[in-house]
Design a protein around this ligand. Structure first.
Ligand SMILES: *[C@@H]1O[C@H](CO)[C@@H](O)[C@H](O)[C@H]1NC(C)=O
Ligand SMILES: *[C@@H]1O[C@H](CO)[C@@H](O)[C@H](O)[C@H]1NC(C)=O
Length: 205
């Protein structure tokens, strides 16, 4: 009777033990995976690919425009000031949403995430960012012409900035949360757009 009991219980226990070991291994692997991800997110030594890896992401106090990158930026305060004070053409009758989006696009060289999407010397921008910006800006005027008449769609608009339009997870995308309600620009005077890239390059290189 005892022997029979012994024989019945043992395989059962072995199964349980195996299950437990597998469970432990699973916990261990997922903890390691989680730590790797966390490490990547908190790594402040990310490279600044726009600046040809000669810089790492750093805190940059005093950013006036592009201020949302203060805690982790690739750009310097003086560079942003130069770009934003350069004599660019105005975009007239631009809505607040349009202005915010263009402003955000102009700050691409500050982004600490540029290593994900600034490759082969090009900004790889999300097609969704291009499409929504085109929709928000199509009724604004640039050099007397309606933007929607110059560029038929978001892709055409972004390509004119020499951006590479892509739809993947590693692309430059808009974060509307950086513009609080306190952020007001004077309508009709946003410093310009077309050739955001050229404007930035001319100043920084
Ligand atoms: C950049 O910042 C200056 C100073 O606050 C401001 O006057 C200007 O309107 C800003 N430009 C843009 C395009 O946000
Ligand atoms: C966008 O417009 C261009 C012409 O300006 C056209 O060649 C292209 O097919 C259009 N793309 C989409 C997705 O509609």
């Amino acid at each position: 009777m005892r022997t029979v009991f012994y024989i019945i219980v043992t395989p059962n226990m072995t199964d349980r033990l195996l299950e437990f070991v597998v469970f432990l291994l699973w916990i261990l692997t997922s903890t390691i995976a989680e730590n790797v991800v966390t490490f990547e997110h908190t790594d402040d030594r990310k490279l600044c690919t726009y600046f040809e890896n000669t810089r790492h992401v750093e805190m940059e106090p005093g950013l006036v425009n592009c201020s949302w990158y203060t805690n982790a930026a690739c750009c310097k305060r003086t560079e942003v000031t130069s770009v934003f004070s350069s004599n660019m053409m105005a975009l007239y009758l631009a809505t607040q949403d349009c202005q915010n989006r263009v402003n955000y696009m102009m700050c691409y060289f500050c982004s600490p995430d540029q290593y994900r999407w600034f490759k082969e010397r090009k900004v790889h921008i999300c097609s969704s960012f291009c499409d929504s910006t085109h929709a928000a800006c199509k009724d604004a005027f640039y050099r007397g012409v309606r933007l929607g008449d110059i560029y038929k769609n978001g892709t055409a608009f972004c390509q004119a900035q020499t951006f590479e339009v892509v739809s993947s997870i590693n692309c430059f995308k808009y974060d509307p949360t950086v513009f609080g309600s306190a952020h007001h620009l004077v309508i009709g005077h946003i410093l310009l757009i077309p050739f955001i890239i050229e404007a930035v390059c001319a100043i920084l290189h």
